[in-house]
Write a protein that binds this ligand. Structure first.
Ligand SMILES: NC(=O)c1ccc[n+]([C@@H]2O[C@H](COP(=O)([O-])OP(=O)(O)OC[C@H]3O[C@@H](n4cnc5c(N)ncnc54)[C@H](O)[C@@H]3O)[C@@H](O)[C@H]2O)c1
Length: 270
């Protein structure tokens, strides 16, 4: 498949370094003929790696804190100026929990940190959609994808407050997906990704052990960042123009598997 995104203009958030899921999405979107701008929080910019991606994909960088609606309005204005028209696809690839960073157990969550996590990781999607809708910045039939994790449906104790925050993110995708669908046929979906070795992923205590467990449960093994990017590309393309308000599992079959022979063998008594 070539040029699946030819002529499409996009905004890609969240590329921090080459392990980031967003980084792979940018590479794939470029391969498939899209033009786009990259954006991240100003603090992530200072690390400088995003500049290499911008050069490689021939794209410009517009700093924006996704919790700040003025930054987001500026992002859509500049993106449309640079790309020469309305935006066809948006990747929301933003997640951060201070409670996780500071290793605070779920039952003792700090509420200021909890609120910060909600703002950065869930409300930011609402803000990105709301600002776009007010500015009429996304073209008819456009596609917005946000990344999530299955702890929104089932308990993974190490995921602490991010489990509740992801549940909210998925709910916002459904709720806003209704309104944006009616108004402009804009699709809004979440992709629920396997554990992936990125800065956000490996920052979670116990991630390494869990990564191996998920890999041995999933019939296809864990989905890596590159395959996640491929899936996002299909969702940005016209081939999925009637898919909206869905939480789509991209996890090698993990979410539908009760147990695998591989894991049973580890507990074998005979
Ligand atoms: N890695 C995993 O195991 C995994 C699994 C499922 C879902 N996800 C989700 O994928 C998404 C991307 O994470 P990743 O794993 O690629 O890690 P990552 O650390 O590379 O990306 C997270 C990004 O969020 C950005 N960010 C944080 N605060 C921000 C703000 N205020 N404004 C704008 N950007 C901000 C960071 O700068 C970073 O680029 C997240 O939503 C994450 O929860 C990750």
């Amino acid at each position: 498949m070539h040029n699946l995104l030819k002529g499409k203009r996009g905004i890609i958030t969240g590329a921090l370094d080459q392990n980031s899921i967003a980084w792979k999405v940018a590479e794939k979107a470029h391969e498939q003929g899209a033009t786009f701008v990259l954006t991240n929080a100003p603090i992530a910019m200072r690390m400088g790696e995003i500049k290499n991606l911008a050069e490689k994909t021939n794209s410009e960088i517009i700093p924006a804190d996704a919790t700040n609606v003025d930054d987001l309005a500026n992002l859509y204005t500049k993106a449309q100026e640079i790309l020469g028209g309305k935006i066809d696809f948006v990747l929301h690839s933003i997640g951060m929990s201070v409670n996780i960073r500071k290793n605070i157990p779920y039952t003792e969550s700090n509420y200021d940190y909890f609120m910060k996590g909600i703002d950065v990781s869930a409300l930011s999607l609402h803000k990105m959609l709301s600002v776009a809708m007010k500015m009429d910045a996304i073209s008819e039939g456009g596609s917005v994808v946000a990344l999530t994790y299955m702890a929104a449906q089932r308990t993974y104790p190490f995921y602490t407050d991010m489990a509740d925050i992801k549940a909210m993110l998925e709910s916002i995708a459904r709720s806003f997906g209704y309104h944006y669908g009616v108004e402009k046929k804009v699709r809004v979906n979440t992709v629920s990704q396997s554990p992936t070795k990125t800065t956000a992923g490996t920052g979670i205590k116990g991630f390494g052990d869990f990564y191996s467990y998920a890999d041995s449960i999933s019939p296809l093994g864990n989905a890596d960042a590159e395959s996640c990017a491929d899936y996002c590309i299909t969702l940005f393309s016209d081939l999925t123009r009637m898919v909206t308000m869905q939480n789509l599992f991209h996890d090698g079959g993990y979410s539908s598997t009760g147990v695998s022979f591989d894991v049973m063998d580890k507990f074998a008594t005979e």
